[in-house]
Every structure is written in C-alpha cells, then in structure tokens.
Design a binder for this molecule. Structure first.
Ligand code: C2E
Ligand code: MG
Ligand code: MG
Length: 694
C-alpha cells in the first residue's frame, strides 16, 4: 500500500527546510536595502550640512589643489579651526569619516589626516558623483580611523555627494562614511529570531500535518484491512457456496440417473416378462402383427405355436411358487437355447408360452418345430434339488388358412393346444375348424356364469389390507367367488377372463360393487366400521358410458361415502380405454380413491402413468414372492417404491405371506400390506368375526 505518512513527512520536511533557508537571506537582503537607503539619506543630509556650513573654508583649498596631485594640503587649514568645527558637526551622529576630494579625485581633506593627498579608493562612485549623481557603498568589517578615534571593525556606509558651486559646476566631492554596525548587528539578531520563529512555526505546522496525515494513513490501513477481511470472507463464502452447489448438482444428477434407470426398467417391463425375461404378450402381439403384414406382402405362410406345460400346476401346488417360478425360468432357457427360439418365443403368463414361425413352407416344417419343442422336455429339469419330469402340449395355427389376424390366429392355436392336451401329454395338434368343442365348452361355462348371478351362486369374499407399520386394519379388497353346483368352486382367474370376453363382466362387476357397498353399510349398522373397501374394476365396466351413473346410483342407494370406496384397475385397463383420463378424472372428482392393480406386470407407459389421477400402486404378488430369494424381484420392488415416492403415490403390497416379505416391504416404505400373512380372503361373516371385534 502507498505509504502516505512516509512520503508526506519527507516531502514536507524538504519544503520546510527550503522555505526556512530562503526566508533568512531574503529578510536580510531587504533589511540591508532599507537601512542603506536611510543611511544614504542621512549621509547626503550630512554632506549638505557640511556644504552649507564648512565648504567655504574648504573651497579655497580644493581649488588650490585642483590640477595637482600629490601636493600636500595647507596643513594649517586642515588642522585648524575647520577640523574643530567638523568635529562639532559630527558629534552625536553616526558619521565617523568624512573625505573631501578635488575634481581629480585626490583627497584634500579627511578625518584621517594620513589619507590626504591619496587618490580615491572608489573611482566608480567618485566619477558618478562628479557627474552630479549621489552614490553609496557598504563595506563590512573594516578598520576606520575617525575623528573620535580608531574603529577596529566597523560596517561603514559611504556616500559620495557632489558639491556644486555658485556657477552650478561640481567643485568637489564629499565622501561621508556612516558607521552602521549597530544596525547590522540588530539585523543579524532579528534574522536569528525570525529564522527561529519561522522554523518553529513550520515545525509546529509540520507536526500538526504529520499527525493528521498519520491518522489518515492509519484510517486507510484499517479500512484496507477491513476490505481485505471482508474480501476473504466473501471468497470463503463463494467457495462454500460453489461446493454446496456442486454437491447439490451431484445429488440431482444421481436422482435423475435413478429416475432414468427406473424408467428404462419400466420400459423393459412393458415389453418383457419379468420372471423369464422373455418378450411378453404385448410384445408378441406387436411382433405377430408385423409378421402378418410382412407375410401378406410376400405371400408367405406363418405358424403360431401355442405351448402349454402339462404338469405345471401340480409342481406349483406341491412344491410351491418359488420352485414353480424357477422351473418356468429353466423351461424358458431351454426353449430359447436348445430349440433356438430365441427371438420368436414369448411368455403369455402362467405356464403358457407362444412361438412364431415365419416363412413356413410345408405344414410339416411347423410340425417339425413342434416336435423339437416337445423333445426339449425329454430330459428332466433339475430345480432346487428336484428332478422334474415334464411334458408340453403344442397347438398350431397357420396364416392365412386358420386366420389372418392376430386374435384369430392366437385363439385358434389355443384351441388346437387344448385338442393336443386332450390327446394326452407331449402332443401337438394343428387347428381344424371342427375344433368347436372347446368353444362349446366355453359357451357352457358362459351360460352357467350368466345364470350364476340369478341363482345366487356368487359371493363376495373380503381380504384385509393392513397398515405396514402398526398392523391396523386400513381396508379390505372385495374378491368374487363362484360356488357352481355344476363346476364346483371356480376361482376368479378361471372365469373373469371369459366374463370379460363375453361382456358378462359388466353385470357381474356391478353386482360385486353393489353387494360390497351394501355389506360395508350393513357392518357399520352392526358397529363395525371398515375404513375403506376396494373393488376390482374391469375395462369393460369402465368403457360403458353409463358406468359413472351406475356407480353414483349404487353409492346413493347404499349410502356409502365415495371416500370409503377404492377402485382397483389393472394397467392394461388404463391403457386400453381411450378416454381413460376423462373417466378417471370423473371418478376422482367424486372422491373415490384409484389404485393400479398388479403393478409391474402390465405394460404401463411411465409417462402415461404420471398423468393419471391415481393415488395407489399395488405391487403384484409375483414380485413379493421373490423377496429373499430373487434379487431381480427385490430390485423391481425397490424401483417401484422409488417411483411411487417420486410420484407421491401410496404403495400396497399384494400376496404378503411371510414376515420376511412384510419386513422388507415396510423398510422400503410400503404403506399397506395385503396377503395370507394377515389372512386369506373370507366370506363377509367370517371377516366381521375376525376384524370387527378389534
Ligand atoms: P387381484 O385383484 O390382484 O387380487 C389378489 C389375488 O391374490 C386374489 O386372488 C387373492 O386371493 C390373492 N392373494 C391375496 N393374498 C395372497 C397371498 O398371500 N398368497 C397368494 N398366493 N395369493 C394371495 P383371487 O381372489 O383368486 O383373484 C384373482 C384375480 O381375479 C384378482 O386379482 C382380480 O384381478 C380378479 N378378480 C377377483 N374378483 C374380481 C371382481 O369382483 N371383479 C373383477 N373385475 N376382477 C376380480
Ligand atoms: Mg385387486
Ligand atoms: Mg393384484
């Protein structure tokens, strides 16, 4: 930093010394000038007095000496009366010397007699006086021989004054010498005082300025230090903030990456069977449609092979779902690798696979492939230490003879598969139009189902949903049961699909809805207040324009508040209905809770899901089963939980059978659990007996 006080003190010191040094001589010069003028005036006055009173006595002598040099003066004149009178004149004045010159510059009279006859010491001033001009000269520290005596060291101001006679010509010159020593001494003394005073004042001024400047310098230093300090603080803050921002950015990047991963996982799930990794039904349908288009253009044939395992249900029931799942994976692997169906095989669900064959020449080519598939089961499967002997049945339909669209081809291959099964294990069969037997069977079931409502063969069972943390009852899901006198106990998985295909599901679903609401209100009258009840909703119901009216009618009729009702829709339902947004928004507007059922098994588009007015996701049982044994399932559950969290959705886990599953789900933040761990679906009476007393 610029050192203000140092620069200032040096500079001002030099200036003060210079000023003091210049002031002394200046003062002295001016004083001497002034004094000289005064003294010269006095000398002239003395010369005037001399001229008036004594000159006549000298005039003769001067005239006498005129033209002669070195001639001795008439001693009498000088020594006599004149000398005495001069002494009288000079008494009480400072004049100590008086010389009279003739026109040749020769001293004709002097207060010092010894000088008489000498020439002037100052010819310049003498000539000037001769020309009529008065002039002076100051000689310092000289020895003077006066009338009164000897002056060893005196300051003498000598003035040369012309003496003008009657004829107005210069008759001679008088030199008057005045002793100015006292005055000079006085000047010197004053000079000292003045110098001391000036130096003192300057020193004081300097000191004052020095203090002011030093203070200013200090203030500047303090301020600079403050600025420095605040700059450092600022830099530190900037650094900290930058670090914070970097951290936040990293975190954000992490979240974005997580989200992307979740999205790509879900996209994968949309087209793949999560268990085996094979393409799913949706993918297969798309692929088949493309292949049909291609075959049409090229005039080629296609074969659709429907593959169904023969003893899978037994394995599943006797050895459990885990082993069942492992077996399915092993079957998928063997079919893909061994039979080389890699990109043509898909899993439709359960133990059903389907295969596509392009560019089929003779019918036998498809039969050959079917035989290979069946042969893949010749060797037993080794799963968890069990040697499992399986076989499979294959049904084949051909494009274009057995159908020219996806639905027909798949349905006919399915029918052919049933025929193959009917022929015993490990067979294949081509579709033939006479295969209406199966269709007939379906028609029979359909008719029985149609009557089932009127005959009161249907019943609503209920299964509890509990709070994952507290275990308290949060609600119940209504699940339909069919007690058929002809068919026995028919599980919903067997007839819901049929009911949907035939449209029966509409009356059936509405019946379940009304019955469930009625039941909840009956319980309430009985003192058992169920917090919420869940009803499964089919796409066919939702598609009906009058559905919303039926629903509001049921609510009005039974008196159940819309907040107490939750509707479960599968992802496919949402995807299949054109104006799903509008419909769901209307349901939501009523105050009804909406849940996506079997989440993860369908083919939801995440972007689509984000926009829906849903509140809950139900994680499908097939993933819950894998907890503790299948890393993939656990990863999917974790992903779904993260997704739900980011979308602000509640999660209900289905099919919770063990404490381990419950624990895993609870830790991940799953809010509600549903499954055999807390109870199987039971009739209303049993449900009330179990949960109503709590
Ligand atoms: P969902 O809606 O996913 O119902 C859950 C199914 O999982 C029920 O099968 C239930 O009994 C079963 N479940 C619950 N906890 C466990 C468990 O811990 N372990 C095992 N292994 N299973 C468990 P359910 O009753 O056979 O129903 C099957 C499907 O049928 C339902 O799946 C639903 O999609 C459909 N469904 C049932 N009732 C109706 C209905 O009234 N209307 C419609 N549209 N569909 C229905
Ligand atoms: Mg459900
Ligand atoms: Mg479900």
């Amino acid at each position: 930093m610029f050192n203000l006080s140092r620069y200032f003190s040096t500079l001002s010191f030099i200036l003060i010394v210079l000023a003091a040094g210049a002031l002394g001589p200046l003062y002295r010069y001016l004083s001497v000038q002034q004094m000289s003028a005064f003294a010269a005036d006095r000398n002239v006055a003395m010369a005037q007095v001399f001229r008036n009173s004594l000159w006549p006595g000298f005039a003769e002598q001067v005239r006498y000496s005129y033209g002669r040099t070195g001639a001795p003066p008439p001693a009498g004149v000088a020594a006599g009366e004149l000398r005495q009178r001069l002494a009288d004149l000079m008494r009480d004045t400072a004049v100590v010397r008086l010389r009279v010159y003739n026109r040749l510059g020769v001293v004709v009279f002097s207060t010092n007699l010894g000088e008489i006859g000498r020439e002037t010491e100052n010819p310049a001033l003498f000539r000037q006086a001769l020309a009529g001009q008065t002039g002076s000269d100051l000689a310092q520290g000289i020895a003077v021989e006066g009338l009164e005596g000897h002056h060893a060291k005196a300051d003498l101001l000598s003035t040369f004054v012309p003496v003008v006679g009657r004829a107005r010509e210069v008759e001679g010159v008088v030199e008057v010498g005045q002793d100015v020593s006292p005055f000079m001494a006085e000047v010197t003394r004053t000079l000292w005082w003045v110098t001391a005073g000036v130096v003192g004042v300057f020193a004081l001024l300097y000191l004052l300025q020095f203090l002011v400047v030093r203070r200013a310098h200090q203030i500047l230093r303090i301020q600079e230090a403050k600025i420095q300090a605040s700059r450092s603080t600022l830099e530190l803050q900037v650094e900290q903030r930058t670090a914070e921002l970097k951290r936040a950015n990293r975190q954000l990047e992490g979240e974005v990456a997580e989200r992307r991963q979740a999205e790509s996982k879900l996209n994968y799930l949309a087209y793949h069977d999560p268990l085996t990794g094979l393409p799913n039904r949706r993918r297969y349908i798309e692929r088949l449609a493309e292949s049909i288009g291609e075959a049409q253009r090229r005039n080629q044939r296609l074969a659709v092979l429907f593959i169904d395992l023969d003893q899978f249900k037994q394995v599943n029931d006797s050895l459990g779902h885990t082993i069942g799942d492992e077996l399915l994976v092993a079957v998928a692997t063997r079919l893909s690798r061994q039979v080389g169906l890699t990109d043509r095989l898909a899993r439709l669900g359960g133990d059903e696979f389907i295969c596509l064959m392009e560019g089929v020449g003779a019918e036998d080519e498809a039969a050959e492939l079917a035989r290979e598939i069946i042969a893949a089961f010749d060797q037993p499967y080794l799963v968890a230490g069990h040697e499992l002997y399986l076989s499979t049945s294959v049904g084949i339909s051909l494009y274009p003879v057995d159908g020219d669209d996806v639905g027909t081809l798949m349905r006919n291959a399915d029918s052919a598969m049933y025929r193959a099964k009917a022929a015993g294990r490990g067979h294949y069969h081509f579709y033939t139009p006479d295969m209406t037997d199966a269709v007939m069977e379906r028609v029979r079931v359909e008719n029985l189902l149609r009557r089932a409502i009127e005959n009161h063969e249907l019943e609503v069972y209920l299964q509890q949903q509990v709070d994952a943390v507290s275990g308290r009852l949060t609600g119940a899901e209504a699940l339909i049961r069919w007690h058929s006198p002809e068919l026995g106990e028919v599980p919903p998985t067997r007839f819901i699909g049929l009911a949907e295909e035939t449209g029966l599901i509409v009356s059936l679903g509405n019946w379940v809805l009304r019955e469930t609401c009625r039941q909840v209100m009956a319980w309430r009258a009985d003192g058992f207040d169920l917090p919420q009840v869940s009803v499964n909703l089919s796409v066919k119901q939702l598609e009906r324009p009058e559905f919303i009216h039926i629903l509001t009618d049921i609510l009005a009729e039974t008196g159940l508040e819309p907040e107490r009702l939750k509707l479960e829709l599968t992802e496919s339902v949402v995807m299949q209905v054109d104006n799903a947004f509008v419909l769901l928004d209307r349901l939501r507007a009523l105050g009804i809770t909406l849940a996506i059922d079997d989440f993860g098994t369908g083919y939801s588009s995440l972007n689509y899901l984000k926009l829906l007015p849903i509140q809950q996701l139900k994680i499908d049982r097939s993933f819950v089963v894998g907890i503790g044994s299948n890393r993939g399932d656990e990863a999917i559950i974790t992903t779904v939980m993260a997704l739900a969290k980011s979308l602000g959705l509640e999660v209900v886990a289905e099919g919770v059978e063990t404490e381990e599953q419950a624990g895993f789900l609870t830790i991940l933040g799953c809010q509600q659990l549903q499954g055999f761990l807390h109870g199987e679906p039971v009739a209303a009476g049993k449900f009330e007996a179990r949960w109503g007393k709590r």
